[in-house]
Design a protein around this ligand. Structure first.
Ligand code: GCO
Length: 406
């Protein structure tokens, strides 16, 4: 029976824009309307008003940690104008977690940007790092006594890919060169924020914080076991999984590695061109696996493979996201329990996993895919915003309480 360490972090994650509601000062709010998304975020889950009720449920579910994000566009609605009232809101949010003995894990950027920032060029701009650092210093100065775990940027690779390479998210650019610039600016922003955060804690005589990014990693699996597919998998593993972390690691800008894992990419390369090697996937169904409602393969083995790939950094790892969107809650529990078995296997191999944070505490706004893909341990009725705890959440609560997966 897999037994997890006594001090293991157990909980769930959300992000401000996906759950709070009425986040009207950021680029996504304007963009949703401009492109006429079928689902606009609107009131989302009304978590901005209902956060205490949600955290009561997290406590009832034996979570000892919870990952939130702070909405930059609320804190700094216009350039250099900082909102004390919005800061007070997030202080109340953090206090509410602590009052319930839940460790906050605080993300400072989760895909959305203030409108003023995006109008000044967003993450393509050479000033992006300066603007983001100014906001981070404002927040960390105010919250340093209450927060130990920080995530500066959620999934830089996913953000850059969707917003600058395939043009699926605002500002809808489709440029390899712009993607490279944005990734470089995001990495430099994290590095300068890492140093600034540690400086703030040191200047206050506080114990050092734990600072990382939340890094999306995939298992790249060759469809046919041929040389071309194996080379493509090795290249994607390097480019997608390792390069960004490598850069931060070389700048000594990681106290742990936050890993977001969901699925595998089944690689079937149709040619030796660079686009083939980077993008080709298997389009047939000769390796059928159960899938989530977005069509992503359910592949727990991939979590172990990914964790093994990060062992070389010899850093603590927190699984900052792992989850499934499905209408079948029994599949949700299977997903959680099978991935936890892989976490335990990694622990037995000496990989320093310190926590498992399920995505997500509640059903929420899945970006351009809208509200129909439900990840939550807690279901949301969007007609009246009623919350209902799912059976999978109760099963997971038992693991959080006992530390064992029987
Ligand atoms: C992400 C995000 C979440 C998503 C989740 C499911 O990693 O993309 O952190 O915003 O909702 O991953 O796609």
């Amino acid at each position: 029976m897999p037994i997890f360490p006594k001090d293991f972090l157990w909980g769930a994650a959300t992000s401000s824009y996906q759950v709070e509601g009425d986040n009207s000062n950021c680029d996504w709010w304007e963009w949703e309307k401009k492109v006429g998304l079928k689902d606009v975020s609107g009131h989302a889950c009304r978590h901005y008003d209902l956060f205490r009720e949600d955290f009561d449920k997290a406590a009832e579910l034996n979570h000892n940690a919870h990952r939130i994000s702070i909405e930059w566009s609320r804190i700094e609605p216009s350039n250099q104008e900082f909102s004390e009232s919005q800061l007070k809101h997030y202080i109340d949010v953090i206090d509410a977690l602590r009052q319930r003995n839940i460790e906050p894990i605080v993300t400072l950027h989760h895909f959305t940007n203030p409108l003023w920032f995006s109008r000044l060029g967003g993450w393509e701009s050479g000033e992006a790092e300066k603007f983001f650092l100014r906001y981070v210093k404002f927040i960390v100065n105010a919250l340093s006594e209450k927060v130990r775990f920080w995530v500066t940027i959620n999934e830089p690779n996913v953000y850059a890919y969707h917003a600058y390479l395939i043009g699926a998210w605002p500002p809808q650019k489709k440029s390899i060169s712009k993607t490279r610039i944005v990734l470089n600016n995001l990495a430099n922003a994290h590095i300068s924020c890492y140093k600034a955060i540690h400086d703030i804690y040191r200047s206050k005589g506080l114990n050092p914080p734990f600072v990382s990014i939340a890094h999306n990693a995939q298992a790249f699996v060759p469809c046919k076991d041929n040389l071309r597919n194996k080379i493509a998998c090795a290249l994607r593993n390097k480019w997608y999984n390792l390069d960004f972390i490598d850069k931060l690691f070389k700048h000594r800008a990681l106290d742990y590695i936050g890993i977001n894992y969901y699925t595998r990419s089944l690689v079937e390369v149709k040619g030796w061109g660079i686009h083939n090697l980077i993008l080709d996937v298997c389009t047939s169904q000769h390796h059928p696996l159960a899938k989530n409602s977005l069509g992503w393969d359910i592949y727990p083995q991939g979590l172990y493979d990914v964790l093994k790939g990060f062992k070389k950094y010899n850093l603590p790892i927190i699984i900052t996201e792992n989850g499934i969107c499905t209408e079948d809650d029994s599949l949700r529990w299977d997903y959680i329990s099978e991935h936890l078995k892989m976490v335990h296997r990694a622990l037995k191999d000496g990989i320093k996993v310190k926590g498992y944070i399920y995505w997500s505490l509640m059903d929420n706004f899945e970006w351009d895919k809208g509200f129909s893909h439900r990840f939550g341990l807690i279901s949301i009725d969007y007609n009246n915003f009623a919350r209902t705890i799912r059976q999978s959440a109760v099963n997971f609560a038992n693991v959080c309480k006992t530390g064992s997966l029987d």
